[in-house]
Design a protein around this ligand. Sequence first.
Ligand code: ZN
Length: 261
Amino acid sequence: MAEQSYYQNPELWAAHHFLTPAEALRFQQCADLIPSTTTTLLDVGCGNGAFLAYLEARKSTMTLLGIERSEAARQAAVCRAPVQPGSIDALPSADRAHDLVAAMEVIEHLPYQVYEQSLAELERVAAKHILISVPYRERRSQIICPYCNCRFDSNYHMRRFDEIVMQQLFRTFRLKQFQLVYVDDYWFAPVLRAGYRVISRNRDFPATAQCPQCGFVGRSAANTTSAALPARARGGLKARLKSRLPTYKRANWIVALYERS
Ligand SMILES: [Zn+2]
């Protein structure tokens, strides 16, 4: 239940999350992987349609369609392409209905058995290609629910991806091409993040978080650490800190194109 209502939080779909330079780079690398022969594209779990809007801005001639389970996400749609209700584990499409089926930042969120069923569904409705984008070798941070003390991943990520996992993702599609997407990170980030977790005692509850065990939501709670420091001030502090620290390129995502074998 918490798993479904987590995605109903409008804060998750706010356009600003998808307008960062890093997201634009990921979109670009995904778009570059799309074969030129593609005429129809289905974006599964398209969220607010940010990738579809990106393709539209690039004057894509493909027929675009989005499918999204969360009503809050559909209501926040930023694309012109239609976004239909539907769930990745039971797609409302005929077999091989779309040239290319994309699932971007989706499959890392899928629970036990839904994951296996969903990969089979992508294979069923894709005629030629599948495009996948997931976090790369993610170091997942855990927070503690202030209500029930359950420790969990605030992004609802349920697995970790590397080249080997990506190679073995599908039964009837083979990995054709993949790329890592690099973002700027600062050298001391892991130390700072660990320090911050100690200070906040893992109880800094982001506005997008929801406890999977008891359903606690932090977004309106006045007793969270994040409420104590306004988001803008924290963002500004972070930006100032970042600008003074030496940075390096860190592989943040892996994007991959699969071809029917
Ligand atoms: Zn809880």
